[in-house]
Design a protein around this ligand. Structure first.
Ligand code: SF4
Ligand code: SF4
Length: 457
C-alpha cells in the first residue's frame, strides 16, 4: 500500500501553446503583491504608502527560516497595504503599487557574490524564488540539506503533465542556457554528480532540445516519462526516473533525491547572473474560452483581469477561471486576483467545460482506487468524512493524497472526490492538532504534579 508509480489517467493534453514563444505583456497599471505567495510565514512589509519603488525593490522581507522575500515587479508608488483574499482561499496582507509607467530598475540590483554552499543558499533565499512548478515552497529551504553527501541525484521536474500548461516547455526551448547554467550551479555548490531531467513524452521538441544541450555532459540524463497524468507529482517522478519509492511520511532526500522544477532552476541561474529577483512569471493562458492561447511573461501581482484583457478573451465567453490547469487548478471568482509567484497557468473555461456534471451515488466500481497514483482507497474517504471519523481517515492515510484529481476525473458517478479529499485532509489536520494539544497539556500536568510531589518529599 501507498506505493507510487502505478495508477494515473490518460487526459487530453491540449498543449496548444507548446510551439509559441512567450510574449511579454506591457506593464500593468497597478500590481497587488501578497506578502505570502509561498508555503510558510508571510513576509513583513518594509515599505509604506506613498513610498516610491522600482523594479526589483525589496518591499517585504522574509520573517523566518520558512519564508520568502517579496520584490516590486513594477516602478511606481505604494498606495496602500491591505488584506486581500488570495486564490488559495486565505486572507493575507498585500502591498498595492500604482505604476509610473517607467519600469525603472532599482539601482541596487547587481549579481550576488556566490563562492560556496552557504553563499549559494543565501543567494537563493534572497532571490525570492519559490517552487515555480506550482508548489510555492521556498526553494532555499528545499536546497538547504546541510549534508550534501546525502544527495545521490538531482531530479529536474520537467514533466509538466497538466493539460494546457506549457510554461516549463517554453523554459526548456527558449531558456535552455539558463537551465544548463542552473544545473552547473547545483553541481558546483551542492556537489551533485548525477542529474536526471524527466520530461513527459508529449513534449518531443523539449526532449530533443535538452538531449542536444546535454549531449556532452555524462552527468546529465534526459528521461522520457509516459504520457500518463500525473508524472509531475514529486514521489511519482522520483519513482519513474530513479526507480526509488519514497516511503509514506518520508521526504525525497531520505532516499537520496533532490527534486527541482525546471523553471525554478533556470530562474536561480538568472538571479545569480543578474541579481534581478523573482518579479515576473511565464503564464500559459488557455482553455475553452480562449480563442488565441498564449504564453505570457507577466509581472507578478498583475490582476487576472488585466492578463485576460491582454489576451483578448471575450468576457461573455468566460464561465470559470482557474489558477493552474483543469486537473489541480483552483477556481477564482475574483478577476482582480493577482498572478502569484507560483502561478504557471490561467485556464479560462467556457460554459460546457465549467458546468459540473450532476453527481450520483457511488456504484462501488473501485476505479478511483485503481487509478490513484498513491494507491489510496479513495472511495472510503467520503464515508469516513461523513461519519466525522478522523481516526479512520488517519488509518486510510488521506494525508498522502496529492490532490491530483485522477479519482474525480475517472469516477463514472462524477462524484466530487478531490473536494471530499481536501475536506477530509483538513478534518484530519484539525484532529491531529487537537491530539497534540491534549498530549502537551497532559505532559505539562504530569510534570507539575511530579514537581509538587518532589517538593513535598
Ligand atoms: S486526488 Fe488523491 S485520492 Fe484522488 S487520485 Fe489523486 S492522490 Fe489519489
Ligand atoms: S470511482 Fe466513483 S463510483 Fe467508482 S468506487 Fe470510486 S467513488 Fe464510487
Amino acid at each position: 500500500m501507498f506505493s507510487t508509480g502505478k495508477g494515473g489517467v490518460h487526459v487530453p493534453h491540449n498543449k496548444n501553446t507548446a510551439g509559441l514563444p512567450a510574449v511579454r505583456m506591457p506593464a500593468p497599471s497597478c500590481v497587488v503583491l501578497p506578502t505570502s505567495m509561498h508555503i510558510g510565514k508571510p513576509a513583513n512589509p518594509v515599505v509604506k504608502p506613498k513610498d516610491h519603488v522600482n523594479v526589483g525593490t525589496l518591499i517585504a522581507e522574509s520573517t523566518g527560516p520558512v519564508s520568502s522575500p517579496v520584490y516590486s515587479s513594477i516602478s511606481g508608488e505604494v498606495t496602500k497595504i491591505d488584506t486581500i483574499l488570495t486564490a488559495g482561499g486565505t486572507f493575507v496582507p498585500a502591498i498595492f503599487i500604482q505604476s509610473d509607467g517607467q519600469m525603472t530598475v532599482d539601482e541596487s540590483i547587481c549579481p550576488p557574490e556566490v563562492n560556496d554552499y552557504a553563499s549559494f543558499i543565501e543567494a537563493v533565499r534572497q532571490s525570492g524564488i519559490v517552487g515555480l512548478g506550482g508548489a510555492g515552497f521556498p526553494t532555499a529551504v528545499k536546497l538547504d540539506v546541510k549534508d550534501t553527501s546525502r544527495i545521490q541525484e538531482l531530479v529536474i521536474n520537467a514533466a509538466e503533465c497538466e493539460p494546457y500548461i506549457t510554461s516549463d516547455t517554453r523554459t526548456m526551448l527558449d531558456d535552455a542556457d539558463d537551465v544548463k547554467a542552473g544545473i552547473e550551479l547545483f553541481e558546483k555548490y551542492l556537489n551533485i554528480k548525477k542529474v536526471i531531467i524527466g520530461i513527459e513524452s508529449n513534449k518531443p521538441d523539449a526532449i530533443r532540445r535538452m538531449k542536444a544541450v546535454f549531449a556532452n555532459d555524462k552527468a546529465v540524463t534526459v528521461v522520457t516519462l509516459p504520457g500518463i497524468y500525473p508524472q509531475g507529482a514529486e514521489k511519482i517522478i522520483i519513482k519513474n526516473t530513479t526507480g526509488k519509492t519514497v516511503p509514506a511520511g518520508k521526504l525525497p532526500i531520505d532516499v537520496g533525491s533532490l527534486v527541482c522544477n525546471v523553471t525554478t532552476i533556470a530562474a536561480i541561474a538568472r538571479y545569480i547572473k543578474t541579481g534581478m529577483p523573482l518579479i515576473e512569471k511565464c503564464v500559459t493562458v488557455d482553455g475553452t474560452a480562449v480563442s488565441d492561447p498564449k504564453n505570457v511573461i507577466v509581472p507578478i501581482g498583475t490582476s487576472v483581469k488585466e492578463l485576460i484583457s491582454f489576451c483578448n478573451i471575450n468576457e461573455d465567453d468566460i464561465y470559470k477561471i482557474l489558477f493552474g490547469g483543469p486537473m489541480m487548478g483552483i477556481s477564482t471568482p475574483d478577476p482582480e486576483a493577482p498572478i502569484l509567484k507560483n502561478t504557471n497557468a490561467i485556464t479560462v473555461m467556457g460554459l460546457k467545460e465549467a458546468t459540473q456534471p450532476k453527481a450520483t451515488q457511488c456504484i462501488h466500481c473501485g476505479k478511483c482506487a485503481t487509478h490513484c497514483p498513491m494507491n489510496l482507497t479513495t472511495f472510503a474517504f467520503g464515508r469516513a468524512y461523513e461519519r466525522n471519523d478522523a481516526e479512520e481517515l488517519q488509518r486510510l492515510r488521506v494525508d498522502l493524497c496529492v490532490e491530483c484529481g485522477c479519482c474525480s476525473f475517472i469516477c463514472p458517478a462524477k462524484r466530487p472526490l478531490v473536494e471530499i479529499n481536501k475536506l477530509s485532509k483538513a478534518m484530519l489536520r484539525a484532529y491531529q492538532t487537537k491530539q497534540k494539544q491534549i498530549a502537551a497539556e497532559k505532559e505539562a500536568q504530569e510534570a507539575a504534579e511530579a514537581a509538587k510531589e518532589a517538593k513535598k518529599a
